[in-house]
Design a binder for this molecule. Sequence first.
Ligand code: PEP
Length: 267
Amino acid sequence: MSPGEGANADRIPLIAANWKMHLTASEAEDWAGRFIPLLRDRAEALDRRVEVAIAPAHPLLDRLGRALRGSRVHLAAQNLHPEPEGAFTGEVSLAMLEDLACDFVLIGHSERRQLFGEDDAFIAAKARRLEASRVRAILCIGETLDEREADRTLAVVDRQLAAVLDATGAGFAGGLVVAYEPVWAIGTGRTATPEIAQTVHASIRRTLVDRLGDRGHGVRILYGGSVKPSNVEELLSQPDVDGALVGGASLDPHSFAEIALACLEMP
Ligand code: PEP
């Protein structure tokens, strides 16, 4: 298979929820209590055909983790600090996430880049921290509307991806998940067309294969940006779209379950 061709049957789709700064711990428990039964009769198929992860705000991780126990749904965090510990008020370390049994952590989300000034070097440092950990990175990359209009989309996502690949080795790449999230589609109700998503995902795949060889075919590339039950199937039907990162629509357990279950309908 040549780079960019996609369609790797070994890539199990990942559907990940990003709850951002929404819900309290008791609301999260209630959410899990309503969500898990929606998957239950499909649990075996889900295991083989789709992985599901939830990234709540940090104070919710412990109680949500307990509520999800035994459900096969992964716990994910929204952020970590690159340093192992120290005087970083308000920040969260990798050891804290490991202790809470997180399987994934988001790094490079556009809200962290834009609202909290995180640059490529800082995000690469977080990736380096994850190298020897079992917590896997979901690396978010994507262009702003200005960058898209200036025809710089592929250059921007390539730069964001290269910053992390340059800083890390094979151990990190083995667990890496990439999420392409065009900034203009996040929380706006505007979704990239399946063709736009596939074009960018194929370019990301080419970079991954150039840099990692065959292992690049195994890296999952999620699409994120106003994904909902009504558009998930057409996005997932693209050969290099290996799942979704879902913000707003994940707050409702029914819509998030519909999005996860859509993977079972795919050929
Ligand atoms: C996100 O913030 O990661 C996201 C994809 O949000 P939404 O689905 O609300 O656009």
